[in-house]
Design a protein around this ligand. Sequence first.
Ligand code: ZN
Length: 130
Amino acid sequence: MTKLKVKTGNREELYNITSEVQSAVDRSGVSDGICHIFVPHTTAAVLIQEADDPAVGRDIATHLRRLFPRGDPYEHNDGNADAHMKATGVGNTATVFIEKGKLTLGTWQGIFFCEFDGPRAREVWVKVQG
Ligand code: ZN
């Protein structure tokens, strides 16, 4: 397993980590297999979405804020309940097939780490299976 480090700079932001995940695949030497991506945090997530236009990531963050407002009353009262809700909605795992040593994403897709309670030092765990 590879532990990728992600240093986030804002409370909420999506980071394109496709090239870092591809580097982990490269280092594994696997040419035909599966890449599992796991985020070991409760206020962050992983998402496969459009990588061509960065506005898509900003729209996702904006609309998740509308869906789970920070000021809503939550029973969990350490100030980041909205971030737990957002992470729940997005999910903390992704799986991508590997063919000829490359992640086989759709034309417009990229892999994004989603920060919902930054800035923090985060990890993304990547396991490559041949
Ligand atoms: Zn919390």
